[in-house]
Every structure is written in structure tokens, then in C-alpha cells.
Design a protein around this ligand. Structure first.
Ligand code: NDP
Ligand code: GDR
Length: 372
């Protein structure tokens, strides 16, 4: 039975990857952070009671800022594969906490690679690094492929640039099987609530049910190549099953704007929107309503406004990936379209919003956190 260690197992990708590896017969180990409240919601459905013998899903407390902790876990697990998914992964937050982001996202990667080397596991343990399309930042070529020059535009992207190159360097210096997946944005109903797609699907579902009144957005002109996390974790696994370690761009090859993702999400709720105004004065107005998914809305209502607090000091305006290498060499293609993904996210967020609306109707008011 192969053993895998996933850092960031409690995150969006970590949870889907853990499911995939368990299905493929792996013993899965994951690193979770100590938190003052439970933070394992995304993996609770695959959790196994630690008091029972023969477990194939084990969580270890740890943090990428702590080398001795990382080294001890790797020594104990002796993994065949390490997937480094842990990161302070929010681009806007990286401008607020640049040093912490560098420590975890850049040096955290080095700490794992060094642990593998110091423990003499460099010929046994294969290493996957969660690299990102944010490396392309101010894009130098469209679409972006493995050979496109990098131009990072945030402390997050700069930290990930270090992680990218240290992974390449350990491959070249020590013959380690270490590779980068340069993944474009990927989303799901498990996406963190402050990333733009989830902020939109959750916000609009809440508004449709009368739990919020307005969605406040940043740059709605930004263009992204959005795929589904389930498709992308399959590729992460595939990348570690090859004869030689290589880096791959993972993307759909299609892009839409944030504004269009708002339109798509509203359409899933039976709402047609009209965008009026420009720049910070742009708003989205309800133009028509079909069906019964948005009982709290009325035609003419303004439900989306711009709030400059969500603008970034330096923005990545457009990203579009070219996944042809992944297709040619690994036979990988995304199976879920952005429309299907959006429909799934809206449906899940609507279920929760309906539950909250029902509780509210019966006097149990649940505060809805709207900041993001
Ligand atoms: P999430 O933000 O959902 O998950 C991040 C994970 O990292 C969480 O489990 C989090 O723990 C953990 N983590 C954060 N800081 C630390 C730390 N100091 N020590 C240990 N663990 C930590 O990210 P995604 O699942 O979306 O992304 C996975 C990886 O892929 C990240 O590295 C991200 O930067 C990268 N990436 C993501 C893309 C995307 O579109 N989703 C695209 C390209 C790259 P906790 O749950 O406790 O917060
Ligand atoms: P991104 O994702 O920065 O691409 O990083 P995010 O969803 O945060 O932003 C995408 C684009 O939408 C614009 N935007 C807003 N973003 C947020 N979060 N909130 C808003 O209100 C808002 N309004 C407009 C942003 O400015 C941006 O242009 C994600 C993360 O998962 C990274 O970890 C990963 O590496 C990259 O994707 C690929």
C-alpha cells in the first residue's frame, strides 16, 4: 500500500485529493493546524476514529513554519509521495501579511524538501508542489504555458516563485522526483468563502433568500481561467506517476470575467442582471426573475456594488492557460465546465441559505458573515 502525505489536507484541494488517494488504495496522512475551533469540516466525512486499528487516514498536527515538526512527521510516515498544498493562499491577504506568506509559502516548501533530503528519502519520496498561474502575473504571453516567463504581482506570487524554483533546484541538484503543477484557478462548493467565485455564489444565494442585501465586489473586469478542483487534483496525482518528474500547466484554456461569473451565478438563481455605471459606480440591477429560487428579490433592486476596499495594490488582470502539454503527455483534460461548476456551487450555497432562511423564519437568527 502506497503512503501519501498531504500538507493542507483541510483545504479545498487537500480534501478532494485525500478522497482520490483513498479511492486509489493509498494510506493517506495529512497535516492539520491547531486551531481554537474545529477546522476539519472538509475532511470530516473521511475521518477515521484514531482509536480503531488499521487506519488508512491519519491526521498529524503541524505547521509549515516549523521545520522540526515537518521533519518528524516525514520521518514517522516515510511517505512515497508528498503533496505540498499548504499555503497562505489568499492573494489579497498576502499584501496584509507578506512576511508570514513568505515564511509558509516559500520557506515552508524548502523545509519539506530539506526534510526529505536530510532523512535520506530523496530516492524514495516523490514531491508535488502546488505552484500557481499567479506566477505569470503581468502576463508576458497569451495563453500562458510552461515556457512563458514569470512576472509575479503579489507577495503571495513572489513567495510561490521561490517555491517553484527551489522545487526545480532540488530535482536538478539531488535527483529528486520533484515537480510543479502550475495550476490556474480552480473552484468548487468547498472553495474558501473569500475567494471570488464562492463569495459570489454564497453572497447571491444569501441575497436571494433575504439573508443579505448587497454583494460588494472589487475588480469585476478581471479575467480568469476557472476549472473544477476535482479535475485538478486528478492531475496532481497523475504528475507523480510518471517515469520522470516534469512541470505542467493545468488549465481549461477558456476564460471569463468576474462580472460574467456573477451573471452566470444569478442565472442559476433565475435572476437576470443588468450592469449599470462605470468603475467604482458600477452596480448590478435585477432585470427579471424566473422561478422561485429568489423569493426575496424584486425587479429594479441593486444587489451588487463595487467597494474599492477589494481592489489590490497590484492586480493580475488576465490569466488564460494552455494545457496542451498535460493533454499530450498525461492524457489529462478537464471534464467539468465553468457553467457546470457554477451551477453546482450555487445549488450547494442555496441549500445552506434556504436552511438559514427557514431557521430565521422560526425565530432562530443565524448571523451570516459577509466580509470577504
Ligand atoms: P486553501 O486555502 O483552501 O487551503 C490551504 C491549506 O493550507 C489549508 O489546509 C490550510 O489550513 C493550510 N495551511 C495554511 N497555512 C498553513 C501553515 N502555516 N502550515 C500548515 N498548513 C497551512 O487552498 P486550496 O486548497 O485552494 O489550494 C491548495 C494549494 O494550491 C495552495 O498552496 C494554493 O496556494 C495553491 N493553488 C491554489 C489554486 C486554486 O485556484 N485553488 C490555484 C493554484 C495554486 P487551515 O484549513 O487550517 O486554514
Ligand atoms: P486569485 O483568486 O487572486 O486569482 O487567487 P480570487 O478568487 O481571490 O480573485 C480572482 C479575481 O477576482 C477579483 N475580485 C475579487 N477577489 C476577491 N477575493 N474578492 C472580491 O471581492 C473580488 N472582486 C474582484 C480579484 O481582484 C482577482 O482578480 C486564487 C488563489 O486560489 C491562489 O491561491 C491561486 O494561486 C490562484 O487563484 C491561481
Amino acid at each position: 500500500m502506497k503512503k501519501a502525505l498531504i500538507t493542507g489536507i483541510t483545504g479545498q484541494d487537500g480534501s478532494y485529493l485525500a478522497e482520490l488517494l483513498l479511492e486509489n488504495g493509498y494510506e493517506v496522512h495529512g497535516i492539520k493546524r491547531r486551531a481554537s475551533l474545529f477546522n476539519t469540516q472538509r475532511v470530516d466525512h473521511i475521518y477515521q476514529d484514531p482509536h480503531v486499528e488499521n487506519q488508512n487516514f491519519v491526521l498529524h498536527y503541524g505547521d509549515l513554519s516549523d521545520s522540526s515538526n515537518i521533519t518528524r512527521i516525514i520521518q514517522q510516515v516515510q511517505p512515497d509521495e508528498v503533496y505540498n498544498l499548504a499555503a497562505q493562499s489568499h492573494v489579497a491577504v498576502s499584501f496584509e501579511s507578506p512576511e508570514y506568506t513568505a515564511d509558509v509559502d516559500a520557506l515552508g516548501t524548502l523545509r519539506i524538501l530539506e526534510a526529505i533530503r536530510l532523512l535520506g528519502l530523496e530516492k524514495k519520496t516523490r514531491f508535488y508542489q502546488a505552484s500557481t498561474s499567479e506566477l505569470f502575473g503581468e502576463v508576458q504571453e497569451t495563453p500562458q504555458r510552461e515556457t512563458t516567463p514569470f512576472y509575479p504581482r503579489s507577495p503571495y506570487a513572489v513567495a510561490k516563485l521561490y517555491a517553484y524554483w527551489i522545487t526545480v533546484n532540488y530535482r536538478e541538484s539531488y535527483g529528486m522526483y520533484a515537480c510543479n503543477g502550475i495550476l490556474f484557478n480552480h473552484e468548487s462548493p468547498r472553495r474558501g468563502e473569500t475567494f471570488v467565485t464562492r463569495k459570489i455564489t454564497r453572497g447571491l444565494a444569501n441575497i436571494a433568500q433575504g439573508l443579505e442585501s448587497c454583494l460588494y465586489m472589487g475588480n469585476m473586469d478581471a479575467l480568469r481561467d476557472w476549472g473544477h478542483a476535482k479535475d485538478y487534483v486528478r492531475m496532481q496525482w497523475l504528475m507523480l506517476q510518471q517515469a520522470e518528474a516534469e512541470d505542467f500547466v493545468i488549465a481549461t484554456g477558456k476564460q471569463i470575467s468576474v462580472r460574467d461569473f456573477i451573471r452566470l451565478s444569478a442565472a442559476e438563481l433565475g435572476v437576470t442582471l443588468r450592469f449599470d455605471g462605470q468603475g467604482v459606480d458600477e452596480v448590478a440591477v435585477v432585470e427579471a426573475i424566473q422561478g422561485d429560487k429568489a423569493p426575496a428579490l424584486e425587479v429594479g433592486e441593486v444587489i451588487v456594488r463595487v467597494d474599492p476596499r477589494y481592489f489590490r495594490p497590484a492586480e493580475v488582470e488576465t490569466l488564460l492557460g494552455d494545457p496542451s502539454k498535460a493533454k499530450a503527455k498525461l492524457g489529462w483534460e478537464p471534464e467539468i465546465t465553468v457553467q457546470e461548476m457554477c451551477a453546482e456551487m450555487v445549488a450547494e450555497d442555496l441549500k445552506v441559505a434556504k436552511r438559514h432562511a427557514l431557521l430565521k423564519e422560526h425565530g432562530y437568527d443565524i448571523p451570516v458573515s459577509v466580509e470577504g
